[in-house]
Design a protein around this ligand. Structure first.
Ligand code: ATP
Length: 329
């Protein structure tokens, strides 16, 4: 009986559970045995591995996060850590490992592949910054969460004639900001990929207030002024403080933070997780390795993990331009 392992690693993303469920049920359908590895590569090293039956994935489709939990594991980057991982895989007799996560997780999968095991990757990151796929699991739900927050902020912004600077996630990329900004009607969108002129934005806000529209939402990507984990002042505060000082507008700053990661997955992310999980098992059964299951032009597309890691995915600059036109300023 073929044995397949699953792990989720890196940042969690809504829809990961749909993928886990699809992997388990597809594998069982094909008479394979499935093992869930807890807490990413860390759980692999430490032997936190549990057999999964159909009931193990009951009632998880609607849950955000990942039932297998996730962690970042620097030890896996050491020769000792890798040796421990290999021993676990050999002892279990696993044939293939399906990893669900971002590009770091895929690099981990490459290491496992070099050890002689089949690997397939499923892209799951709210940042949507993985190459060779239009969408990663979690992105759609996160954009919907941001839209919900923008709707609420818009109500109070209008009532009090305020400017709101709203900071969203995305690390060094602006996918979340562009998609939510375009569809949520942001008056300006600031992303790391495009240079901007804060003085021009201030002039725009003053012009807008002069003709009777004093409320605005400026959507700011967290990675605007470098790696969000390393900066002293987050981009929302840098931009918000500047606008307050240079316009005199009543300016408030809202950092949406981790609410963007949680919540029940959208239709789109449940479907993505289900289709990708199913395909990942089929690839393992076909003997494939080092593959990523992507979703491009509204259908599943397979690419090499290596290519997915190396391909730089860029935001849609025309959507950013369109958002500017739609702002009507
Ligand atoms: P996210 O986009 O949410 O950050 P990610 O998968 O890119 O997801 P990382 O923290 O970069 O998240 O990677 C997750 C884990 O993958 C790491 O903790 C580590 O265990 C493993 N990993 C990352 N990079 C490598 C690498 N170069 N070689 C081997 N393993 C790696």
């Amino acid at each position: 009986m073929m044995k397949i392992g699953i792990l989720t690693s890196g940042g969690d993303a809504p829809g990961m559970n749909a993928a886990i469920r699809a992997i388990v049920r597809t594998a069982l359908y094909h008479d394979c045995q499935v093992f869930g590895i807890k807490r990413g590569f860390g759980g692999l090293l430490n032997g936190e591995i549990v057999p999964m039956n159909s009931r193990a994935v009951s009632d998880i489709l609607q849950r955000g996060g990942t039932i297998l939990q996730s962690a970042r594991c620097p030890e896996f980057n050491t020769p000792e850590g890798r040796q421990k991982a290999k021993e676990q895989l050999v002892e279990l007799g696993l044939k293939g490992l399906i990893v669900i996560g971002g590009d770091g997780t895929f690099r981990g999968a490459q290491v496992i592949n070099e050890m002689g095991f089949q690997t397939v990757g499923i892209p799951a990151t709210i940042d949507n910054d993985i190459g060779c796929t239009d969408f990663s699991i979690g992105f759609d739900t996160t954009v919907n969460t941001v839209l919900d927050a923008m709707n609420k902020i818009r109500d109070t912004a209008f009532s009090h004639d305020r400017v709101y600077v709203v900071e969203v996630m995305g690390k060094k990329s602006g996918f979340i900001a562009v998609s939510a900004g375009l569809t949520g009607g942001a008056e300006a969108i600031l992303v790391p990929e495009v240079s901007f002129d804060l003085d021009e934005i201030c002039s725009q806000l003053k012009r807008s207030a002069a003709v009777g529209k004093a409320h605005s939402i400026i959507l700011v990507a967290e990675g605007l002024n470098g790696d969000p984990k390393e900066v002293e002042k987050s981009s929302g505060f840098v931009v918000g403080d500047y606008i307050r000082k240079h316009t005199g507008c009543d300016t408030r700053i809202t950092v949406l933070g981790h609410i963007q990661r949680g919540g029940t997955p959208s239709f789109f992310d449940r479907r993505l997780g289900t289709l990708m999980g199913n395909k990942a098992v089929e690839l393992i059964l076909d003997g494939a390795t080092e593959k990523m299951v992507g979703f491009t032009n509204n259908q599943i597309q397979i690419s090499d993990i290596n290519k997915a890691i190396k391909t730089k995915k860029t935001i849609d600059f025309s959507e950013l331009e369109l958002a500017h036109v739609m702002a009507g300023l």
